[in-house]
Design a binder for this molecule. Structure first.
Ligand code: ATP
Ligand code: MG
Length: 230
């Protein structure tokens, strides 16, 4: 069962094209170790999001194999795989409903108590409790009432509750104030503990703290190592 994953990710000569004209990934081989944080860096269009898309199986490779714990990801049931791979997006997906419902999104069976506990662990509870109706506050899809930082904390609480083995995070480039930044760093440490994480990294702090850094250019890995080596 996918629940017992270690979260080891391997790309074995993986190629991918969105269309026939150009390869977004060109025979890329890589390993991401269980429990470690790998930062993906590179210029726009270099293939970072494509790597993430293949791990979450939004697409299948056009060549090569993506493996999780040594098994071709096409051999997992898609719903089981998706339970184990959470994507925390830069532009967090918020739907019209309460804060409670939004955090519960990936774990429909979770009790109110579990939702609140996840929010507390992430440090999202103080801003939520300051909203007019706390966890029962209605938010809109185009989420007017939440700041970028608050949306991120909400998505972290959602991911923590879903408890996946693998987390993919597309970091925000937008600068947020220092106080929120510190909160997010702390929340991230809680969220990433004991999980394999793939960070599409823009912030130097993330790259510095990553266990492994992979540099992409035009669909190829041009360098990899830790911060000291590169
Ligand atoms: P960014 O830093 O801008 O997010 P990225 O490194 O994430 O860039 P990718 O999104 O992986 O880059 O794109 C890799 C290549 O695939 C680019 O040439 C891009 O134009 C192309 N591409 C990405 N998404 C699609 C798509 N949905 N349809 C067609 N081509 C795409
Ligand atoms: Mg991208």
């Amino acid at each position: 069962h996918a629940k017992n994953l270690n979260g080891e990710i391997e790309f074995d000569e993986v190629s991918f094209s969105y269309d026939t004209s150009r390869k977004a990934l060109n025979e890329v081989s890589l390993r991401m170790e269980p429990g470690q944080t790998t930062a993906l860096v590179g210029h726009t269009g270099s293939g970072k999001s494509t790597v993430a898309n293949l791990i979450a199986r939004y697409y299948d490779p056009t060549g090569g194999i993506v493996r999780i714990d040594g098994k071709d990801i096409r051999d997992y049931r898609l719903n089981e795989l998706r339970e184990q791979v959470s994507t925390v997006l830069q532009d967090t997906f918020i739907f019209s409903g309460t804060i409670m419902e939004n955090i519960r999104f990936g774990r429909p069976d979770a009790s109110d108590k579990e939702v609140i506990r996840a929010a507390e662990a992430i440090g999202a509870d103080d801003f939520i409790l300051n909203l007019q109706n706390g966890f029962e506050t209605e938010v809109e899809e185009r989420g007017n009432i939440l700041s970028v930082g608050e949306r991120q904390l909400l998505s972290f609480a959602r991911a923590l509750l879903a408890d996946p083995k693998i987390i993919i995070l597309d970091e925000a480039t937008a600068s947020i104030d220092t106080e929120t930044e510190l909160k997010i760093q702390k929340a991230l440490a809680t969220l990433l503990k004991d999980r394999t994480s793939v960070m599409i990294a823009h912030r130097l702090s993330t790259i510095r703290e990553a266990d492994h850094i992979i540099v992409l250019e035009q669909g190829n890995i041009i360098e990899q190592g830790n911060h000291n080596e590169l």
